[in-house]
Design a protein around this ligand. Structure first.
Ligand SMILES: C[S@@+](CC[C@H](N)C(=O)[O-])C[C@H]1O[C@@H](n2cnc3c(N)ncnc32)[C@H](O)[C@@H]1O
Length: 253
């Protein structure tokens, strides 16, 4: 695999942290309800997804692949792509436990070994959407999708990225400039992340043939408890959006 420098760093980091994601995999594979993000906001409240029955789906940065599993149970034909052998090992274990098989491909979402125009939906929940160069993975998403296909991805909100210190939970202060925002590396984490201002997301999506149809900003629900993700508290996420889901369509260019 010919990997970008940040992809090599992220593969190593995810092979180490994969063990911390096994419990969430167990929980998420064990439920039929589709939900989003670290506080499991139900899709029934958000409405980001189309009816996926009969759709060819590619999940970019599938990790333990519970999102693909949810879609498969609704009649979709998913393929999961991930760079981390250890995350894929958990995904394969879950597939065996739940007797739900679909292809899992060990590859980078920046260079996907699948045919052009082979998908109706490309999806990413904290996968390529966070860990890949936006121009590289959106070029791939655009190539993979048929005309009018759907792109749905969740990533950290712009707000939480601007308020996040190098170590510890998000604050109520702007700690990072928005101008020129792109690569973000935290002292407390070994990975390389990509975050864009909203105008940059819209323009980058447009450059790759996408028109945005919705932006859903997610808050922590009432009564939310602290999660394993110590970079944000429920109190913070009840006041400001912690995650955002972008929905776009592949225009017929
Ligand atoms: C937070 S997980 C998200 C996946 C899934 N929702 C989950 O929680 O298991 C992030 C995933 O992105 C993957 N990833 C990072 N860089 C990638 C790349 N260049 N190509 C494919 N996957 C990548 C990591 O290996 C990891 O499994």
């Amino acid at each position: 695999m010919d990997l970008s420098e940040h992809a090599k760093v992220n593969r190593a980091a995810w092979n180490v942290s994969a063990a911390d994601y096994a419990a969430a995999a167990q929980r998420n594979w064990g439920t039929d309800e589709i939900s989003w993000g670290i506080w499991n906001v139900p899709e029934s409240e958000v409405g980001a997804l189309p009816d996926v029955g009969g759709m060819d789906v590619v999940e970019l940065g599938c990790g333990t692949a519970y999102v693909s599993a949810w879609l498969a149970r609704r009649g979709a034909r998913p393929i999961g792509i991930d760079l981390s052998e250890n995350q894929l090992a958990t995904a394969r274990r879950m597939q065996a436990e739940h007797q739900l098989e679909f292809p899992l491909v060990h590859a980078s979402a920046e260079d996907v070994p699948l045919s052009a125009e082979s998908a109706d939906l490309v999806i990413s929940e904290y996968g390529a959407s966070l860990w890949c160069d936006p121009d590289l993975w959106l070029r791939e998403a655009s190539r993979l999708l048929r005309a009018d296909g759907w792109l749905v991805f969740l990533t950290n909100s712009l707000m939480v990225t601007l308020c996040a210190p190098d170590v510890g939970p998000a604050t109520d202060r702007l700690l990072r400039g928005q101008r020129g925002l792109r690569v973000v590396e935290y002292e407390s984490d070994d990975g390389v992340e990509f975050h864009l201002a909203h105008s940059d997301w819209i323009n980058t999506l447009a450059r790759h043939g996408f028109a945005v149809t919705a932006l859903h900003e997610l808050y922590a629900p009432e009564g939310a408890q602290q999660t394993q993700f110590e970079w944000v508290t429920p109190e913070w996420a009840q006041r400001w959006p912690v995650e955002e889901i972008w929905v776009a369509r592949r225009t017929d260019t």
